[in-house]
Design a protein around this ligand. Structure first.
Ligand SMILES: Cc1ncc(COP(=O)(O)O)c(C=O)c1O
Length: 113
């Protein structure tokens, strides 16, 4: 299976996991997210998203949804990051969720703030 994933993804390494929660958890750990980190994520999601953040030792911080898509509201996200920054609170990561067949607004999410 891993060999097929390598071929399909055109990557050097692949890991097969037992669940989406494990994949999210591992993604956070491999990005050095742990105790003391604050991770922003979408408020409308499955428990797996927040569980993975908590399993890594970090704290989830929920951002409300864009009314059109149900995915993370990028305007609210930017406001929140600025507010947290003004209070000297560091954001360590953002875990967007692609909900109900609609992808999150990655062009906005990947834009420099
Ligand atoms: C948003 C989201 N993330 C992750 C998962 C993965 O969950 P599981 O650990 O059950 O595979 C799901 C499953 O429905 C999901 O809806």
């Amino acid at each position: 299976m891993k060999q097929n994933l390598l071929l399909l993804s055109d990557r050097k390494y692949a890991v097969a996991l037992s669940s989406g929660t494990a994949a999210l958890h591992l993604a956070l750990l491999s990005n050095n997210i742990g105790q003391g980190d604050l991770v922003l994520t979408s408020s409308m999601t499955f428990a797996a998203t927040a569980n993975a953040i908590v399993y890594s030792g970090a704290t989830p911080y929920f951002i409300d949804s864009d009314l059109r898509t149900g995915n993370i509201d990028t305007v609210l996200l930017e406001d929140t990051i600025r507010n947290l920054h003004d209070r000297n609170v560091k954001v360590s990561a953002i875990v967007p969720v692609d909900l109900l067949g609609k992808t999150a607004n990655y062009s906005e999410l990947l834009r420099d703030i």
